[in-house]
Design a protein around this ligand. Structure first.
Ligand code: G6Q
Length: 550
């Protein structure tokens, strides 16, 4: 196998980096007044300005050549066609089929998967309509007021992020809650003020074997039964989202109350499937379909646009450029929209679980860095916290600013202020503030010469820090769908260039195995000796602190 670093375009990019690394963004903008027009793209209602990056037309053309040499177009075609693009689990990755609004068939193993997808969507529509309009009642005839989704990882982060993002469109009566952590405090604090008679639990687990989810689900059921309800009442208050009918029925949820999805839906790509039920309950089926349509519009763009006009491909190439040539290790997501407050956390899983890999598809060790660390918080809050390091720290942190043009809650001048902050940050990160500008500014403010000398080093900003600005008209379901699909495909393209599998997660599986072994030892009467000395010591210390042995 040719290593990515041995590809001609990779080598050309190495040379290109060496010969252009001295150029600053300031100089690039000063030398070319058309950068904004040159380095922008629009697709599916999403606008991207990528002019504030360390790229020229030549850089972009070399990066596009890298995508071509990495067979990105073939990879895109294979994913959409339902080929087994997840070779370690021998599965296709067909989240695109879940939002396929084209009416065309998607064939897996000789069968069209669309009728099954549409059938589940129809069932979800019927069920959610009943809950929303009050026809589906609790066991004593009261309307449902609270919905608790119990799930973790992909069965939590996607629906949680999207429900929060679209909270402006939420049903008035239904409060949607999410319990993921096996820490009993999460469940206890969530159900503390709920009424079992008006609460609907959604148990969301692809495998229905995940310890945290089953433990929370078991305790929720116990709470429900302890309140005076009987086993037959469970049917009105517990539904399941899963691929595993056997386990769901063994837990005590009727198959009638299970909404199915399939093993070719990866956990972190599953919000478009039955896992989206909390979103549907909150915003209604019609709006959920707009979410699917937004994603489908981005899918169509991704599938058909030439590489150099392709939004997800462009974002991925920029990440590769910084990650593998400029030595950046992290990527900041800064949504200037409070409704997107869980978007960075969602993208963290999407990106880090997908591309946190150290071997190529053929199992050989990688010889280049793969996925960067993804993190963030909404603006403007971030400005009053970690932006200091982004401006003046020693790390280069490429940043995605995400900004809707219209507020869903227009209040006074709030939105103008939010927008102004967003634009000002990307400008300041790029331009910085040099000592001449600073001196002038301080002189005008009446600062003494001695003070200016003393403070100049501290108050200088090198600038030259890259960012993208992504804008949508307003954060509605269509825009959110397009934004999520944009990042899903970005991650896919990065993986294709690094030649890694973005669709497995053996690290997550490891965590699932390790905890079960230690859990048994936590009720041991004798000191535990079968681990390394630190782990033995921690377990034995815990046993002692809990008075389980001396
Ligand atoms: C996602 C991962 C992981 C998974 C959770 C929950 O891609 O596979 O985050 O979603 O471990 O798994 P279950 O849905 O099977 O409970």
């Amino acid at each position: 196998m040719t290593q990515p670093v041995d590809l001609p375009a990779w080598q050309a990019l190495n040379q290109h980096y060496q010969s252009t690394k001295h150029l600053t963004l300031r100089e690039m903008f000063a030398g070319d007044g058309t950068r904004f027009e040159q380095f922008q793209l629009t697709a599916a209602g999403v606008f991207l300005d990528y002019s504030k990056n360390h790229v020229s037309a030549e850089t972009m053309s070399l990066l596009t050549a890298l995508a071509r040499e990495s067979h990105v177009p073939q990879g895109i075609a294979a994913m959409f066609a339902g080929e087994r693009v997840n070779p370690t689990e021998q599965r296709p990755a067909l989240h695109t089929a879940l939002r396929n609004r084209s009416g065309k068939a998607v064939i897996v193993d000789g069968n069209d998967v669309m009728p099954a997808i549409n059938k589940v969507l129809d069932r979800l529509a019927v069920f959610s309509n009943k809950v929303r309009n009050g026809e589906w009642c609790g066991y004593d005839g009261s309307m449902i007021t609270d919905v608790v989704n119990i799930g973790i990882g992909g069965s939590d982060l996607g629906p949680l992020m999207a429900s929060e993002a679209l909270a402006a469109f939420a049903h008035e009566r239904l409060n949607i809650h999410f319990v993921s952590n096996v820490d009993g405090s999460h469940l206890a604090s969530t159900i503390k003020n709920l009424d079992p008679k008006t609460t609907l639990f959604i148990i969301a687990s692809k495998t229905f074997t995940t310890q945290e989810t089953l433990t929370n689900a078991g305790s929720a059921k116990q709470w429900f039964l302890d309140s005076g309800a009987s086993e037959v009442d469970v049917a009105k208050h517990f539904v399941a989202l899963s691929t595993n009918t056997e386990r769901v029925t063994a837990f005590g949820i009727d198959a009638e109350n299970m909404f199915e999805f399939w093993d070719w839906v990866g956990g972190r790509y599953s919000l478009w499937s039955a896992i989206g039920l909390p979103i549907i309950l909150s915003i209604g089926m019609e709006r959920f379909e707009q979410l699917l349509e937004g994603a489908h519009a981005m899918d169509e763009h991704f599938r058909t646009a030439p590489l150099d006009q392709n939004l997800p491909v462009t974002l991925a190439l920029l990440t590769v450029w910084y990650n593998n040539f400029h030595g950046a290790h992290s990527h900041l997501i800064a949504p200037y929209d409070q409704y997107l407050h869980r978007f960075p956390a969602y993208l963290q899983q999407l990106t880090m679980e997908s591309n946190g890999k150290s071997v190529h598809l053929d199992g050989s060790e990688v010889s280049c860095n793969t996925g960067p660390i993804v993190w963030g918080e909404p603006g403007t809050n971030g400005q009053h916290a970690y932006f200091q390091l982004v401006h003046q720290g020693t790390h280069i942190i490429p940043t995605d600013f995400i900004l809707p043009m219209e507020s869903l809650n227009p209040v006074g001048q709030h939105h103008e202020l939010l927008m102004a902050n967003c634009f000002a940050q990307s400008e300041a990160l790029m331009m910085g503030k040099n000592s001449e500008e600073l001196t002038l500014e301080m002189r005008e403010a009446g600062v003494t010469v001695d003070e200016i000398d003393r403070l100049t080093g501290h108050r200088t900003f090198a600038g030259n820090r890259p960012s993208n600005t992504i804008m949508v008209h307003r954060l509605d379901a269509h825009a959110l769908g397009a934004l999520i699909a944009l990042y899903e495909h970005k991650v896919f393209v990065e993986a294709a260039i690094w030649n890694i599998n973005p669709f497995d997660q053996w690290g997550v599986e490891l965590g699932k195995q390790l905890a079960s072994a230690i859990q048994k030892e936590l009720s041991s009467a004798k000191p535990v000796t079968n681990h390394d000395s630190s782990t033995n010591g921690l377990i034995n210390r815990a046993l002692k602190m809990r008075n389980l042995h001396a």
